[in-house]
Ligand binder design. Structure first.
Ligand SMILES: *Cc1c(COP(=O)(O)O)cnc(C)c1O
Length: 374
């Protein structure tokens, strides 16, 4: 492929020297867990997400799952309670809920934002609903008056799946100012999976929140349920972040803004230059500071498109090929489920390369290739 979908080696190449220096420092320090790199990263990410607290954990799934578990330990969530989320998301969003004995309730997506259709949330509420889990999918903030008002009215927790949107901001009319994702709701989970906008060199994640009790609870749960040495208040697990991953992330964090701006530039080029009527492009929202983890197109004859793109050297990826409730692991639990827009979208979505390995000229060439697709 002339234009591969993603080249992780290239993503990290500009930082190679700093990464090696940071890794060497950790190796020589003899301190590999719960040390100064993890502490420093927590401070940096809390600042970035405009929250008081950040708790480093093992990955994005655990970040979300530990929030759900912590609310259970705090007596706010119970087994079989329901959490509302978009049907169009990564399976991990749902797993973080069902793994703790709660039920993911899927709501159809909106075709403009590609996130949950917030006007459908109210009708999905039952006596068991305890939270909404907005997913900032593809790096587009999922945040509006509906979410704010419904959460307030029903006293729901709002848990952001911020796995794909670190550095994004939302500006809601009537709620003056722009606010960082990760600090919009009551708590949020970030993923530092290597392919994400800020990727570790392995697995890592983070919980951000303004709630001290929640932060303390997540920290304890991620460390065997320990509140002080050899004293376990919860039946916790081991979900800590390694010092070496924190050091890698600290080395890359100063460049996140540049990386996100690069993605924005590429999206502007794609959106300006792609003018094939057979292709639906994602929308740029002026009131959102999107960070474009992915650039999703819609094409009705997707199979032909993917084949055509491959023949012209452009790799593509389907993110995601099915709504979560259609995954074999959830299928039997949702026999009647139908999210029409999410199913249509899953049949038509196709992502094209975006990120550090794509130059402006590459993007223009890819747009020309797309425009010549019939
Ligand atoms: C990547 C991702 C996760 C899970 O993060 P991991 O670090 O891979 O566990 C959760 N939700 C969404 C939307 C993601 O993209």
């Amino acid at each position: 492929m002339k234009y591969p979908f993603l080249v992780l080696k290239d993503v990290n190449a500009p930082y190679e020297e700093t990464l090696i220096k940071a890794a060497t420092e950790v190796i020589k320090s003899g301190w590999y867990i719960n040390g100064k790199h993890v502490n420093a990263l927590e401070t940096e990410v809390a600042n970035l997400c405009e929250t008081k607290y950040a708790v480093a954990v093992s990955n994005g799934l655990d970040a979300l799952r530990l929030i759900v578990r912590a609310y259970k330990e705090m007596g706010l969530f119970h087994d079989n309670d329901e959490i509302i989320m978009s049907a169009n998301t990564y399976v991990a969003t749902a797993l973080s809920v069902s793994a703790e004995g709660l039920k993911p309730v899927f709501v159809d997506m909106a075709t403009d934002t590609l996130n949950i259709n917030t006007s459908l949330i109210e009708q999905a509420i039952t006596a068991r609903t305890v939270a909404i889990m907005p997913v900032h999918l593809y790096g587009s903030p999922c945040w509006d008056e509906n979410i704010i008002n419904i959460a307030q009215k029903h006293n729901f927790k709002v848990i952001e799946d911020n796995a794909q949107a670190i550095g994004a901001k939302a500006n809601i009319p009537g709620f003056n100012g722009t606010f960082a994702t990760g600090g919009l709701g009551d708590a949020a989970g970030i993923s530092f999976y290597p392919t994400k906008n800020l990727g570790a060199l392995g697995d890592a994640g983070m919980v951000t929140t303004n709630d001290k009790q929640l932060a303390d609870c997540v920290r304890a749960l991620a460390n065997y349920g320990t509140d002080r040495r050899y004293h376990n208040i919860y039946q916790g697990s081991n979900c800590r972040m390694d010092e070496i991953q924190a050091a890698m992330l600290l080395a890359k964090l100063p460049f996140l803004n540049n990386e996100n701006n690069r993605r924005r530039t590429l999206v502007e080029i794609y959106n300006t230059h792609i003018n094939n009527p057979a292709i639906i492009k994602p929308l740029i929202f002026d009131d959102m500071h999107q960070v474009w983890h992915q650039y999703p197109l819609r094409v009705t004859n997707r199979d032909q498109f993917i084949k055509y793109m491959a023949e012209h050297g452009v790799a593509t990826d389907i993110i995601y090929p099915a709504p979560v409730y259609q995954q074999p692991c959830y299928e039997k639990d949702y026999p009647q489920m139908l999210c029409h827009e999410a199913e249509l979208f899953a049949n038509e979505v196709v992502c094209i390369p975006i990120g550090a390995h794509i130059t402006n000229d590459d993007a223009k060439n890819i747009a020309i290739i797309i425009n010549n697709f019939k």
